[in-house]
Design a binder for this molecule. Structure first.
Ligand SMILES: Nc1ncnc2c1ncn2[C@@H]1O[C@H](COP(=O)(O)OP(=O)(O)OP(=O)(O)O)[C@@H](O)[C@H]1O
Ligand SMILES: [Mg+2]
Length: 481
């Protein structure tokens, strides 16, 4: 027996010695070759199982969700027993968040079973690891090690527990983002994207929005139902997305509502500037790059582009002109072509495809929101039901809306001056933005009464103005004058 152990010990020692020499002197390829066989040999004696979670998926295009979940789980658990930690500012920038540093170990316990985690990285000496054609010098990974006798409990319960907890932590810590397609292409460490982003922090909520209570509740219910309807959309064979058209005069809360939706559903916002999109192909690329749980917004869609199909004709005309021998004409045609090249060539059909073509069927939930001041200007095809599922009008401030704003800005539920405002506000067209502006204390000496009496004065002036206008219109239309 002692002899067997001695033989085994010396065999392992010889292997270790050979491995040390290989590491020192052999080229990378040869080392990889030997490594494979040494691992296989060691496997006969090693009772431990190891599972690796690599940072990128096999296709190298996206970060692995399993890796991200493990990372989040370990960040929450490792700080208790890991000795080397990385510190970063947390979501609200008020607290440090710790995670395991590179090549650091930590242990975890699950139903009395101890497991070990190691954070590691693969360094590519030949820079053959590329993601979207960008050479990746290194990618990170986590290694989980546990005894073979606990294989069942770890594989069936522990890993499920780690991934679920990690996902919960990620959702809690997720920073919402506001993306834009204007400006330069953005190149992150692993891929080039057409969107650039900032952290999105907007205080608007449905609670602080001044609008009809019933209508507001309907919208909130509709959004919450949508966000929980994965199975329903699958069952009826529809892509999990919904279109909202927000229309109304300037300053009635269309953009504010987009922020409130993002805060309600915890979705990212993609603010798509159509005039900065070169053509339909670029539009499709932008769409593919959007992630699940997002709102794709096109503001002021009526003035974003000429989407009436005229564009093609114009382009044709300028190329016809080029054939004319006359020098003057040639020059003007050249000028036109130059102007055309600088502008967007997105067409109505390209936009319709963007909304509900096959390319829009990527996994996950998406809201598409258009805003406009002039709903009547839009092509009916663009806003028909099924494309824009809900048409929401945001209009002038009602008394109910005013009360929400008074609560937001002055922390007032009731006040004797409210009666006067109630009478006046029903007879004037004042936007919530204007009401809000008047309720904002202009100096530290301004207090509620002053703000309210300012508002009353503005409302009275608006009422007089409206009456004057009506009078003048009446005179113009009166055939006796
Ligand atoms: N319904 C509302 N509830 C609460 N605040 C509002 C509302 N409407 C406007 N406001 C206030 O007025 C400001 C301007 O509103 P917002 O930008 O949402 O208007 P809009 O409808 O998007 O206008 P535009 O058509 O010019 O883009 C906001 O910052 C907000 O403070
Ligand atoms: Mg707006």
């Amino acid at each position: 027996m002692v002899e067997t152990w001695t033989t085994m010990g010396s065999t392992i020692a010889s292997f270790m010695f050979v491995w040390a020499i290989i590491r020192q002197y052999c080229p990378y390829e040869l080392r990889q070759f030997f490594k494979r066989y040494i691992h296989r040999f060691m496997g006969y004696f090693n009772p431990y199982i190891r599972i690796s979670f690599h940072e990128f998926r096999g296709d190298r295009l996206r970060r692995s969700k399993a890796y991200s979940n493990v990372e989040a789980y370990l960040s929450a658990n490792s700080s208790t027993n890991a000795k080397r930690l990385k510190a970063e500012m947390g979501r609200d920038s008020s607290k440090l968040v710790f995670s395991m540093d590179e090549y650091e170990r930590t242990t975890d316990e699950f139903r009395g079973v101890e497991v070990r985690w190691l954070s590691s990285k693969v360094v590519s000496q030949t820079a053959r690891l590329t993601i979207n054609n960008f050479p990746q010098p290194e990618t990170r990974l986590y290694k989980l090690t546990f005894h073979n006798k606990y294989r069942e409990i770890i594989m069936e319960s522990y890993l499920e527990h780690v991934l679920r907890k990690g996902k919960e932590i990620r959702v809690k810590n997720r920073q919402r983002k506001l993306y834009t397609n204007t400006g330069h292409r953005y190149c992150s460490s692993h891929k080039q994207t057409m969107w650039s982003h900032i952290v999105f922090e907007h205080p608007a909520t449905f609670e602080t929005m001044a609008m009809d209570r019933v209508k507001k509740q309907e919208i909130v219910d509709d959004l919450l139902t949508f966000s929980k309807s994965k199975d329903f959309y699958k069952r009826i064979g529809k892509v999990w997305k919904r279109g909202y058209l927000l229309y109304g005069p300037p300053g009635t809360g269309k953009s504010t509502m987009i922020a409130a939706i993002s805060n309600l559903l915890n979705y990212d916002v993609y603010d798509l500037e159509l005039t900065a999109v070169r053509d339909n192909i670029e539009l499709r690329k932008l769409l593919i790059e959007t992630t699940s749980k997002s709102i794709i917004v096109i503001e002021d869609i009526d003035c974003s582009l000429d989407l009436t199909g005229q564009r093609k004709k114009k382009a044709k005309k300028s190329s016809e002109d080029e054939n004319i021998d006359d020098k003057l004409n040639k020059e003007s045609a050249k000028k036109e072509t130059k102007e055309e090249a600088g502008s967007s060539k997105v067409t109505l059909s390209g936009l319709l495809n963007f909304i509900d073509g096959l390319w829009s069927s990527g996994a996950g939930q998406r809201l598409i929101v258009f805003t406009t001041n002039y709903v009547e200007k839009l092509d009916p095809a663009l806003i028909r039901r099924g494309r824009m599922d809900r048409h929401i009008e945001l209009s002038y401030c009602s008394f109910e809306g005013f009360k929400v704003l008074a609560k937001n800005y002055l922390d007032l539920d009731m006040h004797p001056m409210f009666d006067a405002i109630k009478n006046l506000i029903g007879e004037t067209e004042i936007t919530p933005a204007d009401v809000a502006d008047n309720l904002m204390p202009k100096s530290s000496l301004d207090y509620a009464e002053k703000c309210l009496s300012n508002l009353i004065q503005i409302l009275e002036e608006a009422k007089e103005e409206a009456a004057k206008k009506k009078d003048e219109e009446g005179k113009v239309n009166d055939p006796t004058i």
